[in-house]
Design a protein around this ligand. Structure first.
Ligand code: 5GP
Length: 129
């Protein structure tokens, strides 16, 4: 599989372990393609993670390597979980950190869903670690 400059997929990452059931997670939705669960350290009243089930590090290798069905299933779950959590009316934010500049901590492609309050600026005005 290609990872476009990022390290190869590491089967021992925390989300891979959640997918294998080795680590518990507060699951919201699961199907053949994706899993949605609450973030362990929420940064907003709603903070959910959605991950594809395949071994993808970045958006680039997910979209290059996964099947069209898996890609559609993943994004359908992202939108469906946001809707089911009642976020459509008040609004919400989708965010994906990729690689070092993105601040990605877990090297398994994922999208954050944030909601439940006004979320402020998209990125800090100043750069920093
Ligand atoms: P990243 O910076 O990679 O986009 O975000 C990784 C996210 O995973 C962080 O928000 C962090 O709180 C969350 N996280 C890390 N370990 C665990 C865990 O074991 N369980 C859950 N539910 N979330 C985790």
């Amino acid at each position: 599989m290609q990872t476009n400059g990022l390290p190869p997929y590491d089967d021992g990452n925390i989300f891979a372990r959640i997918l294998r059931g080795e680590i518990p997670a507060k699951k919201l939705a699961e199907d053949a393609h994706a899993l949605a669960f609450h973030d362990i350290a929420p940064q907003a009243p709603v903070h959910v993670l959605v991950i594809p089930k395949g071994p993808w590090v970045s958006a680039a290798d997910f979209h290059a390597g996964a099947s069209a069905e898996a890609i559609a299933g993943f994004w359908r779950m992202v939108a469906g979980v946001a809707r089911d959590l009642g976020l459509e009316e008040s609004g919400y934010r989708l965010l994906s950190n990729i690689g070092a500049d993105g601040g990605q901590e877990v090297p398994h492609f994922h999208v954050h869903i944030f909601g439940g309050r006004r979320l402020g600026r998209m990125v800090p005005l100043v750069s920093g670690p």
